[in-house]
Design a protein around this ligand. Structure first.
Ligand SMILES: [Zn+2]
Length: 276
């Protein structure tokens, strides 16, 4: 069976390894580019789910700005969940919601397959990922896809998204709230653009086993996978967990001149964990 834990960001691993930041990965990745699509000119579209009042504006004002003026708090379709929502299940809630937003014309994926929807979840809402991992327990973020083939968006059979649960439960020195938010968001974004359909590849393998390898490698892109053992070893950011640039190491300075806690990810060319 595929091991799926490694394709998600697990904060506890980051905690364990943060103190030895900037060391080489203990296991050298065997990343391979399979035949699946990648996203070349990404456009990140944040969606903030939950009560606007509960959004941590103060904490994310320097991140995906401006939190407040995004101004659009989406709610679940009526009848799907009790109100107020305290939990979201990827397959029951998040995928159907994203599908509906496309169907209703609220969001329009770029026709060149460049859109990634960054789904940020408000405090107080627990998230269960597409493969059953739970926020605050075994997962701090993940990326996945929604099949929107029947909505006939030109060139876009799949909507690609990341999910970033509220990281408040993980805050522990030296990690601030915004550090964790930025690390999780950058980790998932790096992997969503380099391996957007890994979840689909895993689903194929889970259903077909060894017979599904050929089909799975048509949808997976940059990933370290043992095709004989049917095991995913990790995507490009997984091998560099715990290597975000955190104080006292200088943070990464973005194009806007501000400092960010960005995860490093594996560069085949440089044979090292880097920040792009
Ligand atoms: Zn990952």
């Amino acid at each position: 069976m595929f091991t799926i834990r490694l394709c998600i960001f697990v904060a506890s691993i980051a905690f364990a390894t943060a103190l030895s930041a900037n060391i080489s990965p203990s296991t050298k990745p065997q990343l391979h580019q399979f035949a699946g699509p990648i996203i070349r000119n990404v456009e990140v579209n944040p969606i903030f789910f939950g009560s606007l009042a509960s959004l941590p504006r103060r904490n994310c004002s320097s991140f995906m700005r401006p939190c407040g003026s995004i101004g659009r708090a989406y709610s679940l379709p009526a009848g799907t969940c009790s109100d107020p929502v305290t939990s979201l299940d990827d397959r029951k809630d998040i995928k159907p919601l994203l599908y509906k937003l496309v169907k209703d014309g609220v969001i329009t994926p770029d026709f060149n397959f460049n859109s990634v929807y960054a789904f940020h979840v408000a405090p107080g809402i627990n998230v269960t990922s597409d493969f059953g991992d739970k926020s605050c327990k075994s997962m701090s973020g993940y990326h996945s896809y929604v099949n929107i083939t029947d909505l006939n968006v030109p060139n876009v059979p799949f909507l690609i998204y990341t999910v970033i649960p509220d990281p408040a439960c993980m805050v522990e020195p030296p990690f601030s709230y915004s550090d964790l938010l930025q690390i999780a968001a950058s980790h998932e974004l790096a992997e969503a653009v380099t391996d957007p359909l890994l979840s689909l590849a895993i689903e194929i393998m889970l259903v077909k086993g060894a017979k599904g390898v050929a089909q799975a490698t048509q949808v997976a892109a940059w990933v370290d996978v043992d095709t004989l053992k049917l095991k995913v070893n990790g995507e490009i950011a997984d091998f560099c967990e715990g290597q975000a640039d955190l104080a006292p190491v200088p943070k990464t300075v973005g194009g806007d001149g501000k400092e960010y806690s960005i995860t490093k990810f594996w560069s085949q060319k440089k044979n090292a964990c880097v920040v792009a």
